[in-house]
Structures are given as C-alpha cells and as structure tokens.
Design a protein around this ligand. Structure first.
Ligand SMILES: Nc1ncnc2c1ncn2[C@@H]1O[C@H](COP(=O)(O)OP(=O)(O)O)[C@@H](O)[C@H]1O
Ligand SMILES: [Mg+2]
Length: 508
C-alpha cells in the first residue's frame, strides 16, 4: 500500500518499536486503511493488544524502579546494620574495659585494707594492676628499694630477672621522684641506662609504666609494670590515669588503715594498762587490810606478852618479846610506805584539806620520835613561828613527812643536835610554809644526795646493816609533798650534817 497516508505507519516499510507502533495506530485514526471495516476491527484489536502491552511494560518499569529502590534501601539498612554491629562491638569492649578497671580499683582497695603495712599493700596492688592494665609483670618499690615482683605472663622469666636486676641500677628512682604523674616508657627511651635497655629488649619488654606514689607530698615508692605486647594508644593513657589515681588512693587507704590499727592497738594497750592499774589498786586496797590487820595483832599481843613477862620477871623472854615487837613495827612501817607509794603511783592517793594546828602537829611528831632521839643521845629543839595565816592542809600527810625527816635525823645522828623549825616564807609573791629538819649527823656526799629520794635507795650499801631502814621514807616524802603542791629538798655535808627543807602552800 504505497502512496497512501504519509502519516500512517503501515505505509512505511520500516520496522517499528512496539511503542511507536501503538502511537502510530492512535495517530492514524483518519487513515483510509482504517475505514475498511475488516481492517478496522483488526486495527482496533491490535490497538488494544498494544495498549495492554504498553501498560504491562510501564508496570514492569515501575516494578523495576521499585525493586531498585528497595535494593538501595536494603543496602543502606545493611550499612546501618554493619555500623550498629560495629558500635555494639566497640561498646562491648569498652564495657569490658570499664569493668576491668572497676575490678582493678576494687582489688586495690581491698589490698589496701588487707595489708598490714604500706609495703605489703603495694605488693598486693601488683596483681590487679597488671591484669587491669594488661601488663605482663610488675614490681613494687618502697623508697629506693625494689621489692618482690609479680608475673602474669612473660616470654622469658629468666631474662626478665636479668632486666629487673639492671633496673635496680638504672636510676629510675630519680625519675619516679619527679612527681605523682604516671610515666610511660619504652625500652628505647633515652632516660634509661644502656644496660637496662639491652636487658629489657632481651626480656621482650615492649613498654613500661611507672606509677609513683606520693603520700602527703612525700615520695613513698612506686609500682613498675612491664608489657610484652605493643601499646594500644587509644586506651593506655586513660587507663594509666585511673591506675595511678587508684594506686595513690590505695596507698593512702593503706596508710589510714595502718594508722587506725596502730591507734586501735594503742587504745587496747591503754585499756589493758588501765585495767592493770585498776587491778593494782584493788590488790592494794585488799592487801592493805590483809597485811596490816594480822601485823597489828602481832604487835599488840607482843606488847601484852612483854608486859606479862615483865610481871613474872622473866627478863630474857621480855627481851625476846620486845625484839618481836620491834620487828613487827619495822615491818608495819615498811608495808605502810610501800602501800602509800603504790597508791600515789596508781593516782589513787587523795589530798584532804583541813585547818591544821601546826604547833600541835610538830609537838606530836617530836614526842613520837623522842625515844629514838634520846636513844642516840641527841638534843632536839623546835621553833614554830606560828604563821598569821591559817594552815589549810592534809594533816596526816604533813605528819608523815615530818615523822620521816625527824626519824632520819635521829637515826643518822649520834650525840648531836637536831633542830626542827616551822615558818612562813614569801617565795615569788606567794606565802609558803617552810619546815626544816637540821642535824649534825653523818651527812652525805653530793653524789649520795642525788639519789636518796629514789625508792629503795640508801646513801651507802652498809646503811641498812648499820642503821636499818629500807630507803623508802624520802621517796615517799617527796611524792607526798608534790601531791600537796610543794617540794622537799636537802643540803648536806659528809660528816657535818644534813638539812631537809619542805615547802608547802598554805592552803591545799
Ligand atoms: N638526816 C640524814 N643524814 C644522813 N643521811 C640521811 C639522812 N636522811 C636520809 N639519809 C640517807 O638517805 C637514805 C634514804 O633515806 P630514807 O628514804 O628515809 O630511807 P631509810 O631511812 O629507810 O634508809 C638513807 O638510807 C640515808 O643514807
Ligand atoms: Mg627513813
């Protein structure tokens, strides 16, 4: 059909793409070919088929596009998933790292608590430090001395030993003393000596961490850790700070624990001492009764016996009874002195305050010592310048002091003179009662004078044999006087005599 409609695709002898064909059919609605009824029906059918074909093609395109989009979305999701997986993996590792750090801190804290000394605590730190920081081995030091080391894993323990020996001489303490900051080192570091560098390399050490410990600004020591694997730059610095802080805290805690346990031991010792002192006081008060009662009975019955024996004129036996009596009195004096001294030392001796008639007191004491004064052929004179101020003191203790001093003067003087005086003196704007007991007896050398106030001390070894006594009287006098706020002192010259001076406040 040539020479027909120019627009009609059917007039052309060229192959048409499906889409072009459909278009051509649609455009050629006016084509005379289509006016032919049979052909028209054919064309309509063709037209329908082609339209369906075009629709399914565009649907296919659409599906294809959708599929492409779906694929892209899925790739994006996969990417996201991969990223998520990665993130999850990282946070898992971080979590593991954090829990390792926490474990390290808590181990260090319990090490600090368990240790009896800072040195021990530093050794106990090593294990958690090494595992917490993934280091193979560690050594703790106190001061400049390297202590025991701890090994988690190490390729060559023998070589490590050699490296540690070289480390001791490497001058590392100067490095540690710089400050509390942790120090990270590699064996190549020039701050080390050559020997250490060689040995460290031979032992497979790839890096070292030094954690110095300062307490109260003072260098205490440090922990040295060694790694046999290369460092992980992402982690190490943060871990290091945590480790250094934990070690410092641990050492601090160990120090506090030590001080606490020392304080606890001290207070336990104090309690024990207080308990012992209480026990001593209880013992003394019961002994005081238990010893004095039978002794007083012996003395009393001895006197009675001497009287009875005198009456029946059994003279030899009288003398024996008197000897028994004297021995009893001596023992009673000794017991009284020991008990009094112990009571003062236990802090249980109380001071009474009462108005004391000084003249009467001196007269009483002199009267009781008079037999001894007379027995040794001495002359005793007293002079009491009764002070205007009333004396408020502990009469019993005052009597005890005076009795001891006059007793000594009478005992250590033969055929001499003893003078007892009481007066008021002003010392440093304060009125004091001064009692003096002076004699012309055997006297003492300056050296002897220095120790006669100590308990159980006499001027000479032979004193007891010659004069009797136990060396407790002066010790007791001095303690009693100081309890009453005063003092006892003495001056003396060998073979010339002695002077004992007591000064006490007027009101106790
Ligand atoms: N008046 C004195 N003259 C010489 N020596 C004295 C005198 N008083 C004390 N002493 C010396 O001091 C020592 C201690 O005296 P004291 O403590 O009273 O003990 P005791 O009288 O039991 O020996 C005496 O043993 C004696 O050597
Ligand atoms: Mg005496």
């Amino acid at each position: 059909m040539t020479g027909g409609c120019q627009r009609c695709a059917f007039e052309r002898d060229e192959p048409l793409a499906d889409d072009d064909l459909v278009e051509a059919v649609e455009r050629c609605g006016a084509c005379p070919h289509l006016a032919v009824p049979g052909e028209r029906a054919l064309f309509e059918r063709l037209h329908r088929v082609l339209r369906q074909h075009r629709q399914s093609r565009s649907l296919a395109h659409k599906r294809e596009r959708e599929l492409r989009e779906l694929k892209q979305a899925s790739t994006r999701s996969e990417d996201r998933l991969r990223r998520l997986e990665l993130a999850h993996h990282v946070s898992g590792e971080e979590l593991e790292q954090k829990s390792r750090t926490l474990a390290m801190i808590s181990s260090i804290a319990s090490a600090a608590n368990a240790a009896a000394s800072i040195e021990e605590s530093m050794h106990l730190f090593l294990r958690p430090l090494c595992t917490g920081l993934r280091m193979g081995a560690g050594v703790a030091s106190l001061g400049d001395e390297l202590g025991m080391h701890f090994v988690v894993e190490c390729p060559d323990p023998m070589a490590l030993g050699g490296a540690l020996a070289a480390l001791a001489d490497s001058g590392w303490t100067a490095l540690a003393r710089v400050g509390p900051e942790p120090i990270e080192l590699e064996p190549e570091d020039l701050r080390w000596t050559g020997e250490w560098r060689t040995r460290a390399r031979a032992a497979g050490i790839r890096r070292a961490l030094l954690l110095p410990v300062f307490l109260g600004g003072e260098y205490l020591g440090g922990c040295f850790l060694f790694g046999f694997t290369p460092r992980d730059p992402a982690r190490v610095s943060q871990d290091l700070l945590v480790a250094a802080a934990s070690v410092a805290l641990g050492a601090q805690a160990a120090w506090v624990c030590m001080r606490e346990s020392a304080a606890a031991a001290q207070s336990a010792a104090r309690e024990a001492a207080e308990g012992a002192s209480q026990a001593k006081t209880d013992f003394l008060s019961s002994m005081s009764h238990e010893l004095r009662t039978p002794l007083n009975a012996i003395i009393g019955y001895g006197e009675l016996l001497a009287e009875e024996l005198t009456e029946i004129e059994a003279h030899e036996l009288v003398e024996l009874a008197r000897k028994m009596n004297r021995a009893g009195r001596h023992l009673l004096g000794l017991i009284n002195n020991i008990l009094d001294l112990s009571k003062i030392e236990a802090g249980k001796m109380m001071v009474d305050a009462e108005v004391v008639d000084l003249a009467e007191l001196v007269e009483d004491v002199v009267a009781s010592v008079q037999p001894l004064v007379a027995a040794n052929g001495n002359q005793l004179t007293t002079r009491v310048d009764t002070p205007l101020i009333p004396l408020v003191s502990d009469g019993i203790k005052l009597r005890q002091i005076l009795f001891n001093l006059i007793g000594n003067a009478a005992k250590f003087t033969r055929g001499g003179a003893i003078s007892v005086t009481a007066s008021a003196v002003e010392v440093g704007g304060r009125w004091l009662l001064r009692l003096t007991v002076e004699d012309t007896g055997i006297g003492m050398t300056p050296e002897q004078l220095t120790h006669v106030f100590q308990p159980f001390t006499q001027a000479e070894i032979k004193t007891t044999a010659r004069y009797g006594g136990t060396g407790l009287g002066l010790a007791l006098c001095r303690r009693l006087a100081s309890l009453m706020g005063g003092e006892v002192r003495a001056t003396s010259m060998k073979d010339r005599g002695s002077c004992f001076i007591v000064e006490l406040p007027f009101s106790a």
